[in-house]
Design a protein around this ligand. Structure first.
Ligand SMILES: Nc1ncnc2c1ncn2[C@@H]1O[C@H](COP(=O)(O)OP(=O)(O)OP(=O)(O)O)[C@@H](O)[C@H]1O
Ligand SMILES: NCC(=O)N[C@@H]1O[C@H](COP(=O)([O-])[O-])[C@@H](O)[C@H]1O
Ligand SMILES: [Mg+2]
Length: 386
């Protein structure tokens, strides 16, 4: 065949779109899958399949039809038992079926990190009804954060200041969870100085770390990220040590986005994505090999540099603010006039807070890059309707 490898990509959003570009540059043939047509990654891929990746039969059928060398998950919401089955039958799952199973639910990865690997986390307890939520919050103390064990991008998450808010937080978590398991994690609120994503590449020659990415979140979803972010040598070493423990336990090859909170010299593990991370979109401009390039290289068994450097850079998201079945854009020329860059994801429809694009900028400092990225994002206008 005319290609270096055949990849079935499960999830076709903005992260998948950039991954497809990276993988195709290395000669891969990519089939992009998602629950809706014309998803961002499908627009770049060789072929597309539209089905629910939570439907085991449909997932098995797509894998059987394309017989890929690699199955590369791009979202969490996938029937991961099927990935375990196909891995046992010899198809490579990225980074490993175990990694996708352990990170699908917050409780699995949290217990692994905190209990089995001795990694520092916030205090936490699980609850499956309001009564247990009340007991869990007593254990963690206030404020605390409540999240469904199955959710992402801050869905169903709230921060609670006192016991009077617990019922509403429980109802909100249940209403916004994914799947049918009514279970939440109640965790101690960490009043961190800053939070980071440590992009960690596990490859056939070891583990390589990218410089730490700082980010700012609102409503549990990222708004701005920048790289590098200043950290003491001791804090970096602690984060790298914990990230290495976790990715070595999860196994397989690929890039992971490992999230930490930092308070003083204390580094607290939060969670991780066994795939490129949204805050890592900044690497499209900051590093000469982006997180997507690194993921593709690690998967295909190609060399990963020992040291990765980043020039001061930032990303700022471009969000929709209403529902629409049609969308168009203006203002790019003005937005990019000062040298910043823009990615428009090509999502076919909008909803409030849906991420439609990202602005990317460099600067002589990350503060300068942040200001440029935010200014650029604000100049891209979204138009709703035909
Ligand atoms: N215990 C906590 N203390 C303080 N802030 C928190 C805590 N847990 C979460 N947050 C804040 O909420 C953000 C989102 O939380 P988390 O990463 O757990 O959610 P998520 O739904 O998995 O998001 P994503 O899938 O986008 O990573 C964090 O990056 C942090 O800013
Ligand atoms: N924090 C996870 C994350 O950023 N995931 C990215 O968002 C897409 C879904 O976007 P949508 O909800 O707009 O379709 C996913 O496919 C992935 O690229
Ligand atoms: Mg997160």
């Amino acid at each position: 065949m005319a290609h270096t490898a055949k990849i079935l990509l499960l999830g076709s959003g903005e992260l998948g779109r950039e991954f497809v570009i990276s993988a195709k540059r290395l000669g891969a043939y990519v089939v992009a899958c998602d629950a809706y047509a014309d998803a961002p990654a499908m627009q770049m891929a060789d072929a597309a399949e539209v089905f629910s990746m939570l439907d085991p039969e449909a997932l098995r059928a797509a894998i059987a039809k394309h017989a890929p060398d690699f199955v590369v998950p791009e979202v969490e919401a996938i029937r991961t038992e099927v990935l375990a089955e196909i891995e046992a039958e010899g198809t490579r799952v990225v980074p490993s079926a175990r990694a996708t199973q352990m990170t699908m639910n917050r409780d699995a990865i949290r217990d692994l990190a905190a209990q089995d690997l001795g990694v520092t986390t916030s205090r936490y307890r699980y609850a499956k009804n309001l009564e247990e939520v009340v007991a869990a919050a007593e254990f963690t103390g206030f404020p605390c954060v409540i999240k469904p064990v199955m959710s992402s991008s801050g869905k169903g998450q709230s921060t609670i200041r006192d016991s009077g808010e617990l019922e509403e937080a429980w109802d909100y978590a249940v209403a916004n969870m994914r799947g049918d398991r009514k279970r939440v994690i109640v965790e101690q609120f960490i009043d961190f100085d800053y939070e980071i994503t440590l992009l960690t590449v596990r490859h056939n020659n070891g583990v390589t770390f990218c410089p730490p990415i700082g980010h700012r979140q609102e409503r549990g979803d990222y708004r701005e990220s920048w790289q590098p972010t200043p950290m003491s040598d001791a804090a970096i070493a602690a984060a790298q040590d914990m990230a290495r423990k976790v990715v070595d336990d999860l196994g397989g090859f690929g890039l992971f986005g490992v999230e930490f909170f930092v308070k003083g010299e204390e580094v607290i593990f939060s969670e991780l994505s066994p795939r490129p991370h949204d805050t890592g979109m900044v690497t499209s401009i900051s590093q000469n090999l982006s997180e997507f390039d690194l993921h593709a290289r690690a998967i295909l068994g190609l060399a990963i540099p020992e040291m990765i450097r980043a020039r001061p850079s930032a990303s700022a998201v471009i969000l929709a603010d209403q529902d629409s079945e049609a969308v168009s854009y203006s203002g790019l020329a003005d937005a990019m006039a000062d040298g910043a860059d823009v990615r428009i994801f090509g999502k076919p429809t909008t909803r409030p807070y849906r991420r439609m694009g990202v602005a990317l900028a460099t600067g002589s400092t990350t503060d300068e890059a942040r200001a440029a990225a935010v200014a650029t994002a604000s100049k891209v206008h979204i138009h709703y309707g035909d």
